[in-house]
Design a protein around this ligand. Sequence first.
Ligand code: KG4
Ligand code: ZN
Length: 349
Amino acid sequence: MLVLGIESSCDETGAAIVHADGTVLADVVQGQVATHAPYGGVVPELASRDHLTNVDYVVRAALEKANVKLSDLHGIAATRCPGLVGGLLVGLQVAKGLAFGTGLPFVGVDHLVGHLLAAFLQRGKDEMRPAFPFVALLASGGHTALYRVDGPLVANIHELGATRDDAAGEAFDKVAKLLGLGYPGGPLLDRLAKEGDPKRCAFHGAKLAGYEFSFSGLKSNVARWREDQGETLAPQLLRDACAGFQASVVKALTEKLFAAVDAERVSHVVLGGGVAANSALRARTREMAENRSIHAHLPELANCTDNAAMIAYAGAQRLLAGERDDLGIRAESKTALPRRTRKGGGKRA
Ligand code: KG4
Ligand code: ZN
């Protein structure tokens, strides 16, 4: 079963052709960094316009690269939620148009489910697939949560806890910005942290009970420290600050991830989302999994950050389960996965 997936929820326009077994035939991503860099963050209106400009190109390029025609496909999937609605509408409407024109079945996909299943993608190397049930940490620019995943559908995925304020990637980007690094800051901060000493600049954040995270206090502590340093930061001190902040985030994420792994008694642990590209998070996850003799699935970079291959794969699983969506479905800014943690507030009943 071959599925075309389209992604347009944030600042990457993507199209991919993926087999239902996870084999990626083509995955084309057109980023928008140059559009948003002058503003230091994603500008929704500009993102929608870029998606509109680029979506035709990415779909054609994916079909060409995979060397398939629309008539070779078995279904069409597009990200339906969560994300910036203006962007979602672009990809969703193109997918609906293609489904209408070809008569192929159509499914909308929850972007978070895409991230959670990205570890199943096979891009040439024979990667070991995760086995259900697994515990996953999804950490991106917009989301940070822990999940128990019993299968590939929304009904099989249970949030264990999430951040109450900033997402981990958002914290990386904001701290990078206040330390004077470029945009997007996560990868730059990661690179500098490699040459820093986390002990020389230890930062702490709020410690919450259970599986909940908080990163805004940690970010404020770095901001206050930066203010105290005067105008210029010595290069080594900057690296130490990056290492100290990163170590604090990684500690919070991995301690809770493995508390969940232990409580849920699973033997597979999965990382997903852009922050899963972080070298320290990957190293610590690998180490803690080895200590427990369980399997850690650390998807390669192209699978961690936003892409359409994960959307096509998640769509293929819905199609295999016999699920179909009406062409009338709407784009939604919020995830379809039930949430336990309320941002900024207490637990839901
Ligand atoms: O999943 P993603 O591509 O988009 C969202 O759905 O948000 O994640 C992007 C986020 C950004 O905040 C970016 O700074 C962060 O992932 N990121 C990293 C690294 N690479 C990307 N954060 C820390 N270390 C990295 N190496
Ligand atoms: Zn994402």
